[in-house]
Structure formats: C-alpha cells, structure tokens
Design a protein around this ligand. Structure first.
Ligand code: FNR
Length: 355
C-alpha cells in the first residue's frame, strides 16, 4: 500500500514530492528585515532534511507589520537578493520554498521572545500599532490606532507590493497569514473588531479585508502557483470567531481561487481556553475540508510519522505541517520515511548515515 505522507501532491502547476511541510516559524534573527545566514542554514537544512515544502516565517509587508524589530521583512527591493539565494538552495534540494506574508497589527512592536516579548515604546525602537479598533491585546499594551480607510488601503497595497517581490525572489508557494490574532485575524473576530463601517459588524464586513488582501496578492501571484491562507479556526473564547465562520470563510476563499487553508487556532485574546493535546487542531482541518471542499493543512502537536499518516489516511487534511518537531529534528523528511518503511533519496553527503 502506498504511504500517503510520501505521495506527491500536485497543486496547480506545482508538485510537492511529499506531504511534509515545515510550518512558518519566526526566527527573530533579522536586522532591518533582511534574511541572514541563519535563515539559509535553518531553512536550508530542513530542505536537505527531506521536507516537501518549507514555508518561511511570518514576513512583514511593512516595517510596522513586524512583531519585533528582529522580524524578517519584504517591504523593500533590497530584501530580495538574499531570499532568492536561500530559495535557490531549497530548490536545489528538491524541495519547494514558500513564504508567509504577514502584518502583526495590534500585536506588533514587541521585543523578541528571548528579550522578554515586551511591548516596545518609541524610545526602545518600538512604533505605534494598528488594529481594526482601538482595543488592546492585553491590559499592559498601549492602545492601538484604529485604521482609517487610507490606512486599510495602505495595508492592501503593502501586501500587493510584497507579493511582487516574493515572485522576484523565486518563492513557489504563497501563504497569507490571517491567524494568531495578527491584523487580518483581528478584523475577522468580533472580539477585536468593533467597527461600524464596511469593515466591521456583519460576517461579510469582517472578512472584507482578508478578501481584499487575497485579491491584491492574486493580482501579482502567478496563476499556476499555489496560494494558501492560514487561519485561526477558533478564538477559543466566548463570542469570538469560530469554526462555523471559518467554514464559511473557507468556502468564499475557495471560490476566490485560494488552494488550501492552513488550519491553526487561537492567539486572538489572552483569556482563550485551549484544550491542548496531540493533534488538537486536526478536527478543524477535517471540518473545513469536508464542509467546504477545499484542501487543508493540519498543524499543531503532530509529532510522529504514524500520527501524520493517519490524519491523511482518514481524509482529514492534505498536508501536514510540523513546527516544533522540525526544530528538534531538521531531518524529519528523511527519518519519517524509515519509520513508515518508505525508500527516499538522502543527500549524497549523508548517505552513509542512512539505515
Ligand atoms: C511559530 N508559529 C508561527 N505560526 C505562523 O503562522 N507564523 C509564524 O511566523 C510562526 N512563528 C513561530 C515561531 C516559533 C518558534 C514556533 C514554535 C511557532 C506557530 C507554528 O507555525 C505552528 O503552528 C505551531 O508551533 C504549532 O505546531 P507544532 O509546533 O505543535 O508542530
């Protein structure tokens, strides 16, 4: 019987050699948004480690879109060169480079995790954050500025310009970050969006910015390459965005030509109650896939090959994203194959270590 985790997946004109995806993970290792040798080694080793698709960390579409001053960015042409050389390496390893475009919204302007993840004010290199409404993420935060129409238009234009650069840098999969309480998610959720204009209130109004960003990205992104959107399928909080709204949004995104929903959850409000356990977000991926017919990616505490294979066999998702497990084991694309008794080619430099 063929092993699904190692069966190729064609999306539009692109074929992934397997269903193993490195989940986007901020490295907080950029200066002025530039990718560095850290990124080449981090992303490159996971490509030589056998993953079919490597999605680069949340990459800011403007300086104020960064979570921290150390975030990766793609807001100027000078960022392209290093990204292009990393992508070339990933492709040379028979893997595929993807990018996650992001705007951190009201969760921006923080120090990196190892510096305490604290809000930064202007004297500490911070900046004013923006949001659908002037509502803080947590009590200690300064109030974000509610975006006016010109501010919204700038965000959309920034995503469009960033996409143009991503194409030049040679990315082959595009993911729009609409999860984890960042700007697009904060427009989706009624807990953070209290607007009374066309961008707030009804479901159609709350999803408007996400749809406009999708359209702007599509206007620059090649029609034959995959387009993903990452969402938080639930806020895990009363009165918040939920799985039913996620299914409706996914149907709309499918109609708009989005290929796959990368299904995460949470991080909109600090008082969320998440029943964290192995594969806890998989039921959301399954529901979205079955109810809307769009492909899904499953992520969150998926840590071994058998668990991943079962998710695919049960038809709950089309791709499996690995976050922390891929930090522990950069070669999981190689080692999982042995676990599932599949023959895969190792880099010739590593062949003597193959069991
Ligand atoms: C993350 N995560 C994350 N998610 C995202 O959409 N964009 C990002 O840039 C980041 N950054 C990030 C950094 C680090 C260090 C970690 C550990 C996580 C979330 C990540 O992609 C994944 O969804 C979660 O980690 C859950 O999957 P695992 O780790 O249980 O496999």
């Amino acid at each position: 019987m063929s092993v699904l985790l190692y069966s190729p997946l064609q999306i539009k004109n692109l074929t992934l050699k397997n269903r193993i995806v490195i989940s986007p993970m901020c490295q907080y290792s950029s200066v002025d948004g530039f990718a560095s040798d850290w990124h080449l080694v981090h992303l490159g080793s996971r490509a030589s480690g056998g993953a079919g698709l490597i999605i680069q960390e949340a990459t800011a579409v403007s300086p104020e879109a960064r979570i921290s001053p150390d975030d990766m960015g793609i807001w100027k042409d000078e960022h392209i060169e290093k990204l292009a050389s990393i992508n070339e390496f990933i492709i040379s390893q028979n893997s595929v480079p993807g990018i996650q475009l992001a705007h951190a919204g009201r969760k921006a302007s923080c120090s990196s995790p190892w510096n305490g993840h604290k809000k930064l004010d202007a004297t500490q290199g911070g900046w004013e954050t923006v949001a659908p409404s002037a509502i803080r993420f947590q009590d200690a935060d300064t109030l974000p500025l509610a975006l006016d129409k010109a501010g919204i238009d700038k965000v959309i234009a920034d995503f469009k310009a960033a996409t143009k650069r991503a194409v030049k840098a040679g990315f082959q999969v595009m993911e729009i970050h609409a999860a984890h309480g960042y700007l697009l998610h904060s427009f989706l959720s009624p807990l953070s969006n209290k607007r009374t204009d066309d961008y707030g209130g009804s479901f159609d109004n709350r999803i408007r910015l996400t749809l406009e960003v999708v359209e702007a990205v599509k206007s620059e992104w090649p029609k034959d390459l995959p387009l993903f959107v990452r969402i938080s399928a639930s806020d895990w909080a009363e009165g918040g965005w939920d799985i039913e709204e996620s299914v409706l949004l996914s149907k709309t995104l499918k109609d708009k030509g989005v290929d796959l929903i990368d299904v995460s959850s949470g991080a909109l409000v600090p008082y969320q109650k998440i029943p964290v356990e192995q594969g806890y977000q998989v039921p959301f991926a399954e529901k979205i896939k079955k109810a809307s017919g769009i492909m899904t990616g499953a992520v969150g505490l998926i840590t071994d090959a058998t668990q991943a294979e079962e998710i695919l066999l049960m038809g709950k998702a089309d791709l499996i994203l690995f976050g922390r497990e891929s930090l522990r084991n950069p070669n999981l694309g190689l080692t999982f194959a042995a676990d599932l008794d599949v023959e895969v080619q190792w880099p010739k430099q590593y062949e003597r270590a193959k069991k």
